[in-house]
Design a protein around this ligand. Structure first.
Ligand code: HEC
Length: 213
């Protein structure tokens, strides 16, 4: 499933790049005013790399959550903590490794750092909510006064998530203690849980392009 999705992404990226210079259906989803003439948009292998890293990040969470679900041992405090926090740490590592800004965002967030950070991100969450089959898309945006390309990828609720994101009263004690402003509960399987957002600044892209020349 994930692999299939990945390949369809690569295909989509390829198609959208072919369409550059004309009207790319994917990149300018929200912004009416897209400077496609400037050759700073990430090239196909950079876009594919972003997609691949985010698929791996998402697979990591699914694997951690399902190992907890499948375990016959009573989860300890430590094992309970080892699902979504490592995902956040890995996101930070990816940001450092690639010069991207990798974030998780949700309308109903547990950690207030994961609130949508601009109007485009809010619209992206609304779009994923309205379009259950939309897995990801690219947008041209300005974040912290830097222009760049942003990749959004949906996160859905699976059964293994419900132990911590299900019924409010049944959340693990560490969640109740550590996140007094928690909003990330009462989800059902298949609900939109949130999204990943990866910002690739144009300056980084320019530097990479120049280095490659
Ligand atoms: C063992 C408990 C646990 C399980 C199981 C769990 N989560 Fe979480 N989740 C958390 C905690 C704790 C946080 C806050 C982490 C932080 O502070 O960065 C969180 C945060 C998140 C976030 C970031 C946005 C926010 O609300 O802060 C997303 C997205 C998320 N979880 C999705 C999932 C998905 C999808 C699954 C199932 C595949 C899942 N979680 C399973 C405990 C869990």
């Amino acid at each position: 499933m994930i692999i299939q999705r990945f390949f369809s992404f690569v295909l989509i990226i390829g198609i959208s790049l072919l369409a550059l210079g004309g009207n790319s259906p994917l990149i300018p989803v929200f912004s009416g005013n897209v400077a496609l003439a400037a050759p700073i948009i990430p090239n196909v292998s950079d876009l594919a790399k972003t997609v691949q890293e985010i698929e791996a990040l998402d697979a990591m969470r699914t694997a951690l959550a399902s190992s907890l679900e499948g375990s016959t041992e009573i989860p300890t405090m430590q094992t309970m903590k080892e699902v979504c926090r490592p995902v956040g740490m890995r996101a930070m590592q990816l940001s450092q490794d690639h010069g991207w800004q990798v974030k998780q965002m949700a309308a109903k967030y547990r950690n207030p750092k994961h609130a949508p950070d601009n109007a485009n991100a809010e619209m992206a969450l609304a779009k994923f909510d309205q379009e259950p089959n939309l897995v990801g898309f690219w947008d041209r945006e300005t974040v912290n006064e830097q222009s760049g390309t942003r990749y959004y990828r949906r996160i859905d609720v699976e059964s293994s998530c419900l132990v911590c994101h299900g019924v409010k009263e049944r959340r693990p004690q560490f969640v109740k203690d550590a996140y007094p402003q928690d909003l990330a509960y009462d989800f059902n399987v298949g609900d939109l849980r949130g999204m990943y957002a990866v910002f690739i600044p144009d300056d980084l892209q320019k530097a990479l392009t120049e280095a490659a020349e």
